[in-house]
Design a protein around this ligand. Structure first.
Ligand SMILES: Nc1ncnc2c1ncn2[C@@H]1O[C@H](COP(=O)(O)OP(=O)(O)O)[C@@H](O)[C@H]1O
Ligand SMILES: [Mg+2]
Length: 298
């Protein structure tokens, strides 16, 4: 029998991960066949008229779209190649969500915040420097109550508070000598909670307050989630922030201070939604798959 079902790829290292199982279930509902594969199953070619292949076959013959779950960790070379492949796949007419270009922007904490700032999204005051002396100058400019972050990172790993100048001096010297960049932000007093807005297309499909026992509010760091309805200002900011970076699916993190000011902390281009799903009746995986299918049909 001829298989007319649309095929959508789930690009992942772990097809059994909770979010991927949710996506697969959602695809069945939309009469879509899920095709799970990893970057290791892809080959980029030049001069062979093959473009990018999946298990040796032109990828555009295998899937109509690819949902990237997540791009994963790896060497700089591997990450750059993965982004290149996503761009090449998109050029073959396959819908890639999120696009390579969007992921590239969003994973870079400095560049993404720069783009948000340029587009008038409130962001925490931030400095980045290679040199120890400039980093120390920045630390003083920020007032000495700071958060140090890896330029590329997630789940709160390696994010640390730096509030004492002796510590700053030793740390920046060490980082600089190790060829690390120093990315430093002023501490936003958020009262140990922040907001995660899950954007699909041009809508916030779910939002939650992440509440923590300490200042890091990542679910991976032990925070729990509670449903929250966003006001239109925060909703608009989340949708706009995702769109500035070109993310069609995004987990936008917003810190709100007691006096009502808000700051977009980051736009996650490959967000997990397990914690968030427990706060809403809406099926987030179905929102994602429905969005991709509507784009393919439209
Ligand atoms: N400038 C800041 N002020 C206060 N808390 C912050 C700040 N930056 C990050 N945090 C806290 O640390 C957590 C992790 O930082 P984040 O920048 O989101 O890195 P990651 O990509 O590892 O999640 C955030 O969810 C937030 O709770
Ligand atoms: Mg984060």
């Amino acid at each position: 029998m001829l298989d007319l079902a649309m095929k959508i790829g789930i690009l992942t290292r772990n097809p059994q991960a909770w979010c991927n199982l949710q996506l697969k279930q959602a695809m069945v509902k939309f009469n879509v066949t899920p095709v799970c594969f990893g970057f290791k199953d892809l080959m980029g070619t030049i001069g062979l008229r093959l473009g990018v292949t999946l298990h040796g076959k032109p990828i555009e013959d295998e899937v109509s779209a690819v949902i990237v779950r997540p791009i994963g960790s790896g060497s700089l070379e591997q990450i750059i190649l993965r982004v290149d492949l996503l761009k090449a796949i998109e050029d073959l007419g396959v819908k890639v969500v999120n696009r390579g270009e969007a992921i590239e922007k969003a994973v870079d904490k400095y560049y993404s915040l720069l783009l948000l700032e340029r587009n008038d999204i409130p962001t925490p005051a931030t400095i980045v420097a290679e040199g120890y002396g400039e980093a120390l100058r920045g630390y003083r400019m920020l007032g000495g109550n700071t958060v140090l972050k890896p330029l590329f990172g997630s789940r709160g790993v390696g994010v640390a508070r730096v509030e004492v100048s002796d510590v700053a001096i030793r740390l920046f010297r060490l980082l600089s000598s190790q060829r690390s960049v120093i990315y430093l932000q002023s501490y936003i007093p958020h009262g140990f909670s922040d907001i995660r807005a899950f954007v699909v297309g041009d809508r916030v499909v779910a939002s939650a307050r992440r509440i923590s026992g300490y200042w890091k509010t990542n679910v991976a760091q032990g925070a729990w989630t509670r449903s929250v309805k966003l006001n239109s200002e925060l909703e608009d900011a989340a949708v706009k922030a995702a769109s500035i970076l070109g993310c069609e699916i995004a987990g936008v993190d917003i810190m709100v201070t007691r006096d009502g000011r808000f700051f977009v902390n980051e736009v996650n281009s490959q967000p997990d939604w397990r914690g968030l799903q427990s706060t809403t009746d809406k099926n987030i995986a179905e929102e994602i798959v429905g969005y991709v299918v509507s784009k393919l049909k439209g």
